[in-house]
Write a protein that binds this ligand. Structure first.
Ligand SMILES: Nc1ncnc2c1ncn2[C@@H]1O[C@H](COP(=O)(O)OP(=O)(O)O)[C@@H](O)[C@H]1O
Ligand SMILES: [Mg+2]
Length: 251
C-alpha cells in the first residue's frame, strides 16, 4: 500500500478537494482500492461523504486508544473500493493525549496501524490539517509521498519552507518519505495566475507538477452533492485531477 499525504500549512488551498478527487480517481479510473483518511479536526472529508459524527470512532481514537483495531474505525463510503477513516473535533484532544502519553511511541502510531492494511488497499490518501501537530507528524511518518496543493497568490510560498523543514525532521523516523511536488489548484486564466504560475514553473525551489487544476464552480457544487468530480457532471477540474493522477503514476 502506497501512502500519500496531501498537505499545506495554509487553509483553503484545496487539500480536501484534492484528497477526495485523487482518491476517487484512483478508484474509478485505475480500479484501485483506496483508503482515505481525514486528518483534520474540521472533518470536511468526512462531511463530504456524509460520514461525519461527533461520536464516531475515527483517526483520533485510532491514535489514542490502546489496542483499538484499525479495522473497527474504517467505514465504507457509497463508492465501492473507497473506504474512509473519519475525523471530528476529538482530534484536538487526541493531539494533547498523544503528547501526554509517553508510555508508547508517539510518532509511529499511525504507521504501525496502517502496516496491518498493507494487503487490503493499494493506496492510502491522507487529508491533513493546515498544521504541524502530533497527528500530522504521525501522517508524515506513515507516508511514502507528499503532495502539496498550492493556490497562486501573494502568499503561495508562505509556510512551504517550514513544511519542507518538517519533512526533513520526519526523515529521522521515515527515510522513505519523498516530497513529490506541489500542484497548482484553482487555476484561472488571468494575469495573476499566468504570471504566478510561470514564475513557479521557472523557479527550482520546489518540485512542481505540470498539471494545473482549473477553477470551476462545479467543485463547490460537488461539496453539496457529496459526489467526487468524476461521479458528477463533466468538468475541467475532473479532467485535471485525472491528468494529475496520471502524471503522479508515471513519475
Ligand atoms: N478547482 C477548484 N475550483 C473551484 N473551487 C475550488 C476548487 N478547488 C477547491 N475549491 C473550493 O475552495 C474551497 C477550499 O477547498 P478545500 O479543499 O476545502 O481547501 P483546504 O482543505 O485546503 O482548506 C472550497 O470551497 C472548495 O470547494
Ligand atoms: Mg480541508
Amino acid at each position: 500500500m502506497k501512502i500519500i499525504s496531501i498537505i499545506n500549512l495554509k487553509g483553503g488551498v484545496a487539500k480536501t478537494i484534492s484528497s477526495i478527487n485523487i482518491a476517487y480517481t484512483l478508484v474509478k479510473e485505475h480500479g484501485k482500492k483506496v483508503l482515505l483518511i481525514d486528518n483534520d479536526k474540521q472533518g470536511n472529508t468526512s462531511k463530504f461523504f456524509r460520514l461525519h459524527g461527533d461520536n464516531n470512532d475515527g483517526i483520533a481514537e485510532l491514535l489514542t486508544v490502546r489496542d483499538l483495531d484499525i479495522k473497527d474505525v474504517i467505514q465504507q463510503t457509497q463508492y465501492e473500493g473507497l473506504d474512509i477513516i473519519t475525523a471530528n473535533m476529538n482530534l484536538l484532544r487526541a493531539n494533547k493525549e498523544i503528547l501526554l502519553d509517553v508510555s508508547r511511541a508517539q510518532q509511529t502510531r499511525l504507521r504501525k496501524a496502517l502496516a496491518q492494511l498493507d494487503d487490503e488497499y493499494d493506496y492510502c490518501i491522507i487529508d491533513n490539517a493546515p498544521d504541524i501537530n502530533m497527528t500530522v507528524i504521525n501522517a508524515l511518518v506513515a507516508s511514502d509521498d507528499v503532495l502539496v496543493p498550492i493556490k497562486v497568490d501573494q502568499f503561495t510560498f508562505d509556510g512551504l519552507k517550514q513544511l519542507v523543514d518538517q519533512i526533513e525532521d520526519v526523515r529521522e523516523f521515515n527515510d522513505n518519505l519523498t516530497f513529490r511536488g506541489c500542484f497548482i489548484t484553482m487555476f484561472q486564466k488571468n494575469s495573476v495566475n499566468k504570471q504566478g504560475s510561470e514564475y513557479l514553473f521557472s523557479s527550482t525551489d520546489y518540485p512542481l507538477f505540470h498539471t494545473k487544476i482549473r477553477k470551476t464552480v462545479k467543485v463547490d457544487e460537488t461539496t453539496f452533492a457529496g459526489k467526487p468530480l468524476l461521479d458528477y457532471k463533466k468538468s475541467t477540474a475532473g479532467q485535471d485531477y485525472r491528468e494529475l493522477v496520471n502524471e503522479y503514476l508515471n513519475m
